[in-house]
Design a protein around this ligand. Sequence first.
Ligand code: PBG
Length: 322
Amino acid sequence: MLRRPRRNRKSEVIRELVVETRLSKSDLIFPLFMVEGDNIKQEVASMPGIYRFSVDNLMDEISECSALGIKNVCLFPAFAEKYKDKYATISSDPNNFYLQAIAKIKKELPEVCIMTDVAMDPYSSDGHDGIVENGEILNDETLEVLGKMSLAQAQAGADIIGPSDMMDGRVEYIRELLDDEGFNKVSILSYTAKYASAFYGPFRDALDSAPKAGDKKTYQMNPANVKEALIEAELDEMEGADMLMVKPALSYLDVIKELSDTSNLPIAAYNVSGEYAMIKAADQNGWLDGEKTMLEVLLSIRRAGAKIILTYFAKEFAKLNP
Ligand code: PBG
């Protein structure tokens, strides 16, 4: 036999020598959930090891992550029902606890990169990412709300704005507004190909943000489509996005690959709440090894072409890779 591929697998040191994909802590963004109040740390029932924090406890969590080498966080607020209305008005009020927290973190932990979420759902009495009128999600009217929200987040100190709403034209709208207001250094990581997915279930529990009526299929993408993702990517590039995201990750590795082959922008993938919950549930039942599965999953997302991974496993990964 002239060719024996097993020679390149014969020892740990040789396997490391020929390894094609590496994952590092600096590739990861850790999503964190926040609530208003003091001294709160509530575990999300469907996401073992993931909590909703009040700002005081969140500061401790973020400094711990930073010390472990996780320097990028993405913050999501859970607003009480009493603050929500049709137009997500509270989302751009500089006194809301989310914007206050961003400012505080930026001041006390300036080395940490803060990504924020732009979409109406956590603030909307309808639980949709846009304005709802007669059961329809209005596109252009929503842009104004998203713009105000983005600007308020930039003013609070956000480093990266993450529009997750899937309205048409929002990247350009936000980019121009930020530039006009003097925030040309604030980045946009666009949720470019965000699919209408059942894997977001645990996240909506964490934020109490599920739609009150209907689903998100008129704005989030059909899981059957990949060419459509290329159209979204082309538009986001033209509209000034700095990074493109595919979400969820695991059922969409082909979409990640397609975008990374066709775009020169860094590609991100969101290893979403349901993907996290499945591994944790199987691990807790003793049905598979949670740690090994996590490492395999993260590596696969990286191998498919994602440079950046948003994952609830970020802190756990950092602990295993000091
Ligand atoms: C909402 C938003 C969602 C997620 C991130 N931003 C849920 C949704 O679109 O309903 C999901 C993240 C996850 O499941 O981990 N704009």
